[in-house]
Design a binder for this molecule. Sequence first.
Ligand SMILES: CC(C)(COP(=O)(O)OP(=O)(O)OC[C@H]1O[C@@H](n2cnc3c(N)ncnc32)[C@H](O)[C@@H]1OP(=O)(O)O)[C@@H](O)C(=O)NCCC(=O)NCCS
Length: 158
Amino acid sequence: MSRAAPLSPTIERAGGDDLDDVMEIMAAAFDPRFGEAWTRAQCAGILPMMGVSLLLARIGGEAVGFSLMRRAADEAELLLIAVRPEASGRGVGGMLVDRFIADQQAAGAHHLHLEVRDGNPAVGLYSSHGFAVAGRRHKYYRGTDGELFDALTMVHKV
Ligand SMILES: CC(C)(COP(=O)(O)OP(=O)(O)OC[C@H]1O[C@@H](n2cnc3c(N)ncnc32)[C@H](O)[C@@H]1OP(=O)(O)O)[C@@H](O)C(=O)NCCC(=O)NCCS
């Protein structure tokens, strides 16, 4: 099967003024069945906190993806990552993960963490960027119809 050509977005630091773009991508990318998406209030609440940063991937000015992360001392956590479905599978998510790793390593983080729903295809993306499964949180995500899903915790030592 042929694959769509990779995209080459710019990836830039973003902030509270970019929440409309973030929430639009969030709504389009996450399947509400699984309860993984954050609310606008959750995003707005965490952004001003120390060590938290947001990256937006743009193509020709249009936001196509974002990542949200937090660092404390030598640990960093990838809190959220999403790419618009129409741009997915073309390397943007991988670029955002690479940038997370490079930025946090440059800032002094050596232990990178994330958690992801067991069964989310993003597990493959994280594994191919050096993350390994370190644990499981049972019934961590609650979907819209009340169904519960396990989370995997993943770690990358850099
Ligand atoms: C996860 C996500 C950010 C990946 O972004 P992307 O731009 O599609 O990622 P890339 O094109 O760089 O990489 C795709 C790789 O990720 C994996 N992958 C991620 N999502 C996938 C999907 N829906 N179907 C198949 N593979 C997927 C595959 O391993 C694939 O590897 P390959 O290129 O060797 O086939 C995007 O699919 C998304 O927004 N998903 C919904 C939100 C989400 O679940 N986020 C993760 C939890 S916070």
